[in-house]
Every structure is written in structure tokens, then in C-alpha cells.
Ligand binder design. Structure first.
Ligand code: C2E
Ligand code: MG
Ligand code: MG
Ligand code: MG
Length: 291
């Protein structure tokens, strides 16, 4: 293959920047219409109690199907939504939709919680607290069954401000989780004073546990620290029985991962919850009663 000269390389470089900018503009423009066009859907990934194995809730994860581009990953479009000011309405859509859907199951008597992601940019809006409280109030959803997730790096950008923003919501019984823990740079003293109820260990730690004793020790230390701070723990991205066994032994409260289920549409999540509940009811009936 002929070697490209410097000028050709520069042309290609400029072209690839233009392509990227064009794609970004395209995503931004279609994202403005995505909700209206019915292209947004909330998927649910179950959260599992490590001791009982029971499905105790779900994390709500946004899915966008663009008419031409097809499925666009949230890893790609959420940062764009944050930059162009669309994350506010999109975040509110996810919150409303997930509260309404999970309320259906809770009203049927299922003992469930839902976790919804909040982007750092949403928290920086002076309207975040009031608007969120408004949505929660209108939803009729039992607020102690809601958890809001904020990434560790998001929290560290402005810890004082975040505390002021979330305290009035927390006072209503909503729990807060620190997401992707281990990928940001929070100091331990910060973590101890912040109003978080749950710590979610990032998937990268769970993934690398098999690699080295050092990684395993770090995961164990995070779990011990959370316990000392009286926080619940969720291990993200559990894919193998080996990971599950270790995390269970080290006292992680909950797990999430492809080992149980990928994120699925609400109907699929609901069907599985109902199926499990009727299996449990049958099992309870066939057991001799304690009395
Ligand atoms: P996250 O909040 O940390 O969500 C967990 C991500 O890990 C999800 O990716 C989930 O599908 C994936 N995951 C779960 N278990 C496994 C596993 O066992 N193996 C592997 N390989 N992956 C697993 P997803 O749905 O693509 O979302 C990526 C990120 O996009 C989320 O990370 C979150 O930061 C953001 N996101 C998604 N939905 C929303 C939303 O409604 N609002 C905001 N602000 N961010 C969202
Ligand atoms: Mg999350
Ligand atoms: Mg996470
Ligand atoms: Mg993560």
C-alpha cells in the first residue's frame, strides 16, 4: 500500500472530524424529536438480593431507536443530551415512565424498587429539585421504593451543591446511590459525609476480579468500607457464577448483571416478576405450615 503523504493525512484527519461533527449534529437534531416520535423506551435490568436470589427491583435504562441509525447506545447519546440541554426533558421522561410502569407492579402487590439514573448536568440546574419533587408528587408512587443514581465522578464535580439539591428529595424518603463507584476520584472523607444510601461498585472492578489478588482485595475493601458507613452495596456487571460466589461471600447486598438478565422491555420484566411470584406462592402452599 502506498504511504500517504502529510497533506493526504491532514485531509483525512479533517474529514474524520467533519464526519464526527456531522454525526453529532444529526444525533442532536433527531434527539430533539425522539420523545415526541415515540422513539424512546425504558428498559429494566433486575437487581437481585445476593442472599435470597430474589428479584427485588430494577434499574431503569433508556433505549433510543432512531428511524435510520437504528439503536443508538446511551453511552453515545446521553453525553450529547447533556451538552445540548436535552438531558433535562429526557431525564424527566425516564423518571415519569419508570415510576408509572413500576407502580403497576407494586399496585399488584409485588415488593419492588426502581433505580433511575440522574445525569450530573441535571443536578446543576436550579430547577432540578422542584421539578423532580413535582414529578414524584404527581406519580402517586411510593417514594421509599425509588432510588436515584448519581455517578461518583458527577458527585465529585460539585459535592456541596449536590447535597443541597438532593436533601429535600431525600427528606421525602427517596434513596440515593453513588453509581460507577471506583471510576471517579472521591476521597473517603467526602464519601463519609455525603448523603448516599447505596454504593454501586463499577462493572470494571467486577470484571477484573479474576485478574489479580490486588483487584480482589480492592473490591473487598470497598464492600467493607460501605458496610462501616452503613451503606447498601450493589455489584454491577456480574456475568459469571465465580464472580457471584465471591461477591456474595464478601457481603455485597445486591447484584446486577447479564448472569440474571440484560435490560429488557417492561412487559418482559413484568412477566418474569409475575411468574416468580406465582412460583413462590405455590412453593409456600405446598410447604407444611408452621402452626
Ligand atoms: P450505568 O448506570 O452504570 O448502567 C449500567 C450499564 O451496564 C447498562 O448499560 C447495562 O446494560 C450494563 N450492564 C449491566 N450488566 C452488565 C453485564 O453483566 N455485562 C455488561 N457488559 N454490561 C452490563 P447501558 O444501558 O448501555 O447504559 C450505559 C450508561 O448510560 C449507564 O451506565 C448510564 O450511565 C447511562 N444511562 C442509561 N440510561 C440512562 C438514563 O435514563 N439517564 C441517564 N442520565 N443516564 C443513563
Ligand atoms: Mg446506573
Ligand atoms: Mg452503574
Ligand atoms: Mg457503570
Amino acid at each position: 500500500r502506498a504511504k500517504l503523504n502529510g497533506r493526504d493525512q491532514m485531509v483525512m484527519f479533517n474529514q474524520s472530524i467533519r464526519d464526527e461533527a456531522q454525526e453529532r449534529d444529526r444525533i442532536e437534531n433527531s434527539l430533539r424529536m425522539a420523545e415526541e416520535n415515540g422513539e424512546l423506551e425504558v428498559y429494566y435490568q433486575p437487581k437481585i438480593d445476593m442472599v435470597s436470589g430474589r428479584w427485588v427491583g430494577a434499574e431503569a435504562l433508556l433505549r433510543w431507536t432512531h428511524p435510520e441509525l437504528g439503536r443508538v447506545s446511551p453511552v453515545k447519546f446521553i453525553p450529547i443530551a447533556e451538552e445540548c440541554g436535552l438531558i433535562g426533558p429526557i431525564g424527566e421522561f425516564v423518571l415519569r415512565r419508570s415510576l408509572a410502569q413500576m407502580k403497576e407492579l407494586i399496585d399488584e402487590g409485588h415488593d419492588l424498587t426502581v433505580a433511575v439514573n440522574v445525569a450530573p448536568v441535571q443536578l446543576r440546574s436550579p430547577y432540578f429539585t422542584d421539578r423532580t419533587l413535582g414529578i414524584l408528587g404527581e406519580s402517586g408512587y411510593p417514594l421509599h421504593r425509588l432510588e436515584l443514581e448519581i455517578t461518583e465522578s458527577g458527585v465529585m464535580e460539585s459535592p456541596v451543591n449536590i447535597e443541597q439539591q438532593i436533601s429535600p428529595i431525600r427528606d421525602e424518603g427517596v434513596r440515593f446511590a453513588i453509581d460507577d463507584f471506583g471510576t471517579g476520584y472521591s476521597s473517603l472523607s467526602n464519601l463519609a459525609t455525603m448523603p448516599f444510601d447505596t454504593l454501586k461498585i463499577d462493572r470494571s472492578f467486577v470484571m477484573s476480579m479474576a485478574e489479580s489478588e490486588d483487584r480482589r482485595i480492592i473490591v473487598q475493601l470497598i464492600l467493607m468500607m460501605a458496610k462501616q458507613l452503613r451503606m447498601q452495596t450493589v455489584a454491577e456487571g456480574i456475568e459469571t457464577e465465580t464472580q457471584l460466589a465471591a461477591l456474595k461471600e464478601w457481603g455485597a447486598s445486591y447484584g446486577q448483571g447479564f448472569l440474571w438478565s440484560t435490560p429488557v422491555p417492561f412487559a418482559e420484566f413484568a412477566a418474569k416478576v409475575r411468574e416468580q411470584a406465582s412460583e413462590n406462592a405455590l412453593a409456600a402452599k405446598s410447604e407444611p405450615s408452621a402452626a
